[in-house]
Design a protein around this ligand. Sequence first.
Ligand code: 4NP
Length: 157
Amino acid sequence: MPIKILMVCLGNICRSPLAEGILASKLPKEKFFVDSAGTGHWHVGNPPDKRSILTAEKNGISISNQKGKLFKSSFFKEYDHIYVMDNSNYDDVISMAPNEEAKQKVMLILDELFPGENVDVPDPYHGIQSNFDQVFEMLEEACDTIATKMLKKYSEE
Ligand code: 4NP
């Protein structure tokens, strides 16, 4: 069984698809499954925002085949780790957690870089292309740390 990691944002079209693509590119597919979802329903079934697709493409990562999906409470069982992009996503996801064990799976993604500082990945949806590039850089750095941590954590299994 692969280790399952979920990236969560609001729309599942800007930030979490990038996070999914970046982390997946850093982990072996046989051992890790990386996915993403949104807490809002508006873009279910849609591909990522064109600006996220472009930013990813410029960095050699293809995310155009992803499809938006809604975060469900059953995901707490399905996934081993759930990374959220901002504090609002954190509150939304935690409010759906069935128990303490489920809550423990949820982490603000930039806490991997700035532990305990509760820094948000800014929502670029109403911004311009360069905002997506900035988000990519933040997620690239965070995913580097996550990949190292996961490879170490699961190296004996
Ligand atoms: P995301 O950005 O959460 O990074 O995917 C958003 C995309 C769409 C909306 C909000 C945020 N929206 O309200 O439609």
